[in-house]
Design a protein around this ligand. Structure first.
Ligand code: ADP
Ligand code: MG
Length: 318
């Protein structure tokens, strides 16, 4: 199968076919209509086998996740995703793999009205780069540098489940097969909080998505905003499965430092804290207050009256 037949068969019509796409796949570059857009939000992420997903990951899940991590960046910016491009490097042509990969990608793209408008297809070690382009609200994008002293710090969903899922592949954990399966779904099919972020944006001061682990990602907000934070470790939202394993390990390290959750972490001014909880409830979004922004520059994690010391370091590629 030639490069061009691969593109034609699997990638020429993928995702929502949007009215603002003037030219999608098929020319030297894609053309989109940007009238009525204030600013574009643009981001790219690469997934490498063995680094960003274990080799046992299904092609469907790789397709899903490669777009999901980018949609999560749009959520963190309060941006509405519109168009994606895909640079795909494959060791060989495997039609079953391609069909499943494109189905996973397309299912998620369809859910968020994203159209695949171009890309590049080459041969080599498996690598997937997705670029996402979105538009930001008139009220402006969410940024990391807008946290203020006194803001409440919130996270969505549960933390640590994806990391626990990854751990379950290599270690024996005190969990049922169903529980392990649920954790692997968290790892392989992240649900980016795009809709939720757009709805809550007007109440949020600073935001980031939790991709590398809470400690690392919240620290980015603190550094960008030149503030400090106190987080209460006992308020970190963890699942039943996590709690169960935690009874054995007595550790919040995975929830604090594990990556791949793709939840949102954001700060909210005092006067908006009530309102944002009401709005989150309407969206059936689990939102937990985990601490507060203070003066200074450091992140302090408290366990009751004592400081909680984190044993595990956040993931860093280098
Ligand atoms: P060029 O040689 O001009 O770079 P290509 O042969 O790489 O063009 O690609 C032909 C067309 O197919 C272009 O519109 C490109 O954007 C698109 N394309 C190539 N690979 C992919 C892919 N994996 N997903 C989506 N579109 C792709
Ligand atoms: Mg090309």
């Amino acid at each position: 199968m030639s490069e061009f037949s691969i593109i034609e068969k699997y990638f020429s019509v993928l995702g929502k076919q949007r009215a603002d796409v003037i030219k999608g796949v098929g020319d030297d570059a894609a053309l989109v209509n940007t009238s009525n857009i204030q600013s574009l939000a643009i981001s790219v992420d690469t997934l490498i086998e063995g680094v960003h997903f274990p080799s046992v990951t299904s092609a469907y899940d790789i397709g899903w996740k490669s777009l999901a991590v980018n949609l999560s960046d749009m959520a963190a910016m309060g941006a509405e995703p519109r168009w994606a491009t895909l640079a795909l490097t494959l060791p060989k042509v495997d039609e079953t793999w391609l069909s499943e990969f494109s189905r996973g990608f397309a299912d998620l793209a369809g859910l968020f009205n994203v159209q695949l408008i171009g890309g590049d297809t080459t041969r080599g070690a498996l690598s997937i780069s997705v670029q996402i382009i979105g538009s930001t609200l008139e009220t402006g994008a969410l940024k990391r540098d807008k946290a203020d002293v006194g803001d409440g710090i919130y996270v969505t969903g549960f933390l640590g489940d994806a990391a626990l899922g990854l751990k379950s592949l290599n270690e024996v954990l005190p969990l049922s097969d169903t529980e392990k399966q649920e954790l692997l779904v968290k790892l392989n099919r992240p649900q980016p909080k795009v809709t939720e972020s757009l709805k809550l944006a007007s109440y949020i001061n600073a935001a980031i998505d939790v991709s590398d682990g809470l400690v690392s990602d919240l620290s980015h907000i603190l550094q960008a905003s030149q503030v400090a934070a106190i987080v209460n470790v006992n308020s970190i939202p963890v699942s039943r499965a996590y709690r169960w394993c935690n009874n054995f390990t007595q550790s919040y390290d995975l929830a604090l430092c594990g990556g791949d959750d793709y939840e949102l972490c954001f700060t909210v001014a005092k006067e908006n804290e009530r309102e944002i909880m009401v709005e989150a409830e309407k969206l059936s979004l689990q939102c937990t207050r985990i601490g507060e922004i203070t003066e200074g520059t450091t992140l302090t994690i408290m366990d009751g009256k004592n400081e909680y010391s984190v044993q595990q370091k956040a993931y860093d590629h280098f």
